[in-house]
Design a protein around this ligand. Structure first.
Ligand SMILES: Cc1cc2nc3c(=O)[nH]c(=O)nc-3n(C[C@H](O)[C@H](O)[C@H](O)COP(=O)(O)O)c2cc1C
Length: 184
């Protein structure tokens, strides 16, 4: 068995799961919970699909419709958290960072890679969250201009491993992700 006291290996495991989440729709890291703070200061959570996990830059990306309330939340407060629970590895990942909302030509390549059938996720009319009279009183045109990439520059990762003896470590960008064991 690998050294349980190895911080770098622990962090490596986390990124392996995040990478798998992007590549494999069946991975538990595919659908993290994303938390933001609403403009009136309330916590908000929702499921999202993980689209990019870049260990070198410590960046996570998701795609969204700019008309969704989460975008208004991020505009008023760029801090966000991702939560993933990986049952088979008994690992909880919490990632905190600041989010850039990227639209326009910079995300042309991302839009091109969105399957045609999925493009209807961007452009719902009336806008997501608007009251409607009947459950199906909406249209889902694919609207290129509503497509955005949320790029989260991670500042902290908090990992909890439930083993015979639990382990928890906090890693921060500020010290180059060296990591610090903390009491679980
Ligand atoms: C399995 C699953 C995956 C989802 N993936 C995304 C996603 O990648 N991006 C997104 O904006 N919404 C996604 N949603 C919808 C969000 O959970 C949410 O309902 C919607 O984005 C509106 O959120 P908001 O009102 O907090 O902005 C997903 C929902 C589910 C159930």
């Amino acid at each position: 068995m690998s050294d349980p006291n190895d911080l770098a290996a622990f962090l490596g495991q986390c990124w392996q799961h995040l990478g798998r989440g992007v590549a494999d729709a069946k991975s538990p890291a595919r659908y993290p919970t994303l938390a933001t703070v609403s403009p009136d200061g309330r916590p908000e959570l929702r499921t999202v699909a993980l689209r990019r996990a870049d260990v070198a830059d410590a960046v996570l990306e998701v795609h969204t419709d700019i008309a969704t309330p989460k975008v208004a939340a991020i505009k008023s407060n760029p801090w966000a958290s991702f939560h993933v629970w990986v049952p088979r590895s008994d690992l909880q990942i919490r990632a905190v960072g600041n989010v850039d909302i990227i639209t326009g030509p910079e995300v042309d390549a991302d839009w091109e890679r969105v399957p045609l059938a999925s493009r209807v996720s961007y452009g719902t009319e009336p806008v997501p969250g608007a009251p409607i009279g009947h459950a199906f009183d909406y249209q889902k045109p694919a609207t290129r201009d509503r497509f955005a990439v949320l790029r989260c520059h991670l500042q902290q990762l908090d990992l909890v491993h439930l083993g015979e003896q639990h382990r928890r470590a906090v890693f921060v960008r500020a010290d180059g992700w060296a990591g610090q064991w903390v009491a679980p």
